[in-house]
Each structure stands twice: as structure tokens, then as C-alpha cells.
Design a protein around this ligand. Structure first.
Ligand code: FES
Length: 151
């Protein structure tokens, strides 16, 4: 066990865990941030997507040590001053979620896309979102929400 100092959603946090603990489990079990979901555990589904310095990463395959010294953002930290981002608002307005399980990962990937490419076309959206699986097949609404948020 080691003590890890992390910056999560702008706050200094610490967790004492085994060195090889995936960041996903530190966020969920040690820090109580359960918005980030466990899907496959092998980096294939995208449910566990968070941001590391603004870029989307799979927290299930990232050891906790990889988060040290970086800005970690989870779905809980995406809104600013309790205001939903335009992307989150579009997600709500268009009722994107069905069962909802994969949606925080979908939103985190979409948020990173819009940060890097503020006005993506449909192809860019499909390419960026290709690694986020949704068993309810909400893909059309996801695409619409991203296009709506991009304005
Ligand atoms: Fe991490 Fe599926 S749970 S990619």
C-alpha cells in the first residue's frame, strides 16, 4: 500500500491503495466518485472514461500512479459553478440516456472532443465516439446532442 496525492475535480485528494490499483477503483471506492462506471475492465467499452489534463482516458486500465501530478476530471467535475455545460444540457434536453450506464463515459469523451474540436462534423463525432459502447444503442441521440452543443 502507498499513499497517493491526487488532484481530482480541482481538489487535492489522497488515497492509500495498492500501487497497481486502477484509477477507476480509487475514484469509486476510495473517493466516492461513483459517476465513473465499470464496464469491461479491459479498456474496450469506454464506460470508465475520465479526463487526464483534459484528454479522455480509460480509468480501468490506468494505474493510480498515472494520475499523480495531473488534473483528473470526472463526470462530477464537468459542470462549473453548479451550471451544466451546454453539452450536458443538450444531453438532458434530447433525453439521450436510456439505461444510462455508459453515459458518463460517453459525455466525458464528447466533452474532450468539443474541447479539441469545437465544431466537429458527423464523421469527426463518429470517429471520436467509436470507442464508447452503448448497449441501448443511443448513438443517434449522442450524435445529435454533440451537434446541438457544438451549435
Ligand atoms: Fe474501462 Fe470498459 S470499463 S473501458
Amino acid at each position: 500500500m502507498s499513499l497517493f496525492q491526487l488532484t481530482v475535480n480541482g481538489q487535492a485528494r489522497e488515497a492509500e491503495v495498492d500501487d497497481d490499483t486502477p484509477l477507476l477503483w480509487v475514484l469509486r471506492d476510495s473517493l466516492g466518485l461513483c459517476g465513473t462506471k465499470y464496464g469491461c475492465g479491459i479498456g474496450q467499452c469506454g464506460a470508465c472514461t475520465i479526463h487526464l489534463d483534459g484528454q479522455p482516458v480509460r480509468s480501468c486500465t490506468l494505474p493510480v500512479s498515472a494520475g499523480v501530478g495531473h488534473e483528473i476530471t470526472t463526470i462530477e467535475g464537468l459542470a462549473e459553478d453548479d451550471q451544466l455545460t451546454p453539452l450536458q444540457q443538450a444531453w438532458c434536453d434530447l433525453d439521450v440516456a436510456q439505461c444510462g450506464y455508459c453515459q458518463s463515459g460517453q459525455i466525458m469523451t464528447a466533452a474532450a472532443l468539443l474541447k479539441n474540436t469545437p465544431e466537429p462534423d458527423a464523421d469527426a463525432i463518429d470517429q471520436a465516439m467509436a470507442g464508447n459502447v452503448c448497449r441501448c444503442a443511443t448513438y443517434d441521440r449522442i450524435r445529435k446532442a454533440i451537434l446541438t452543443a457544438a451549435g
